[in-house]
Design a protein. Structure first.
Length: 237
């Protein structure tokens, strides 16, 4: 049974809730493993027509990697990157629409995860950004997905400054598909899931695959670069 996430069904949607509010829903290796399994199960279930992700508590969708968890050794580097590749790759590979129900800050790899979802529902208190550089983390996935979504200027700005964007900036950039009150974020995501579930299933899956294909080469390159960058970091430590 999952311990670090909660999985529930509402209508045609599977809702995966990150269950570490005391740590701003930052993820650990064990948590990522549960999320990967939950996504795979939802995608294999014919009764599920959309997958919603959200965070427990009012503060955060997710703060990225839990920096209190020991990072990998050089011998563990490949396995570490392989799991991240499965996390992001499984999200990107979902045959059903994915919705990030943003209940608070989304930072670092959680920001990247939210950007890779098909839709984002937010409230006025949501903030998003790429602060990894502030912790001495060299990012490969962040520059790729931010450039895909916002272009090279914003990728450079966010990845090198480490700043967090406020709600108005996120809205102006078109990162939110719908903005509601904090209490309505998950219900609105469920309503959106219902709308998407009413679309022809075969056409939905094929269109998602087509859209995913535009970024496949860049995603694979980002994983390869992440692996190389991590090894360089560990070798120089």
């Amino acid at each position: 049974m999952p311990r670090l996430i909660r999985v529930e069904r509402q209508g045609p949607a599977a809702i995966i809730t990150f269950q570490r509010p005391e740590a701003m829903n930052s993820w650990t290796q064990a948590m990522r493993a549960e999320i990967i399994d939950a996504m795979a199960q939802a995608d294999a279930d014919p009764a599920v027509r959309a997958v919603i992700f959200t965070g427990a508590g009012p503060r955060a969708f997710g703060a990225g990697q839990d920096l209190k968890e020991p990072g990998p050794t050089l011998a563990e580097a490949d396995a570490w990157i392989d799991q991240w590749a499965r996390l992001f790759g499984t999200l990107r590979g979902l045959s059903k629409p994915s919705i990030a129900a943003l209940n608070g800050v989304a930072a670092g790899s959680s920001f990247q995860f939210a950007l890779m979802a098909d839709f984002r529902v937010a409230h006025d208190g949501v903030r998003m950004g790429q602060p990894e550089i502030n912790s001495g983390v060299a990012s490969a996935m962040g520059p790729w997905i931010i450039r895909e979504m916002l272009g090279p200027a914003y990728a450079t700005d966010l990845c090198l400054s480490g700043r967090i964007m406020g709600n108005e900036e996120c809205r102006r950039l078109g990162l939110f598909n719908r903005v509601v009150t904090a209490e309505e974020v998950v219900p609105e995501a469920v309503r959106l899931a219902g709308e998407l579930a009413a679309k022809p299933e075969r056409a939905m899956g094929l269109t998602k695959a087509r859209l995913r294909g535009f970024g496949d080469a860049g995603f694979r390159e980002a994983i390869d670069l992440w692996r190389a960058m991590l090894r360089q970091t560990l070798e120089s430590a």
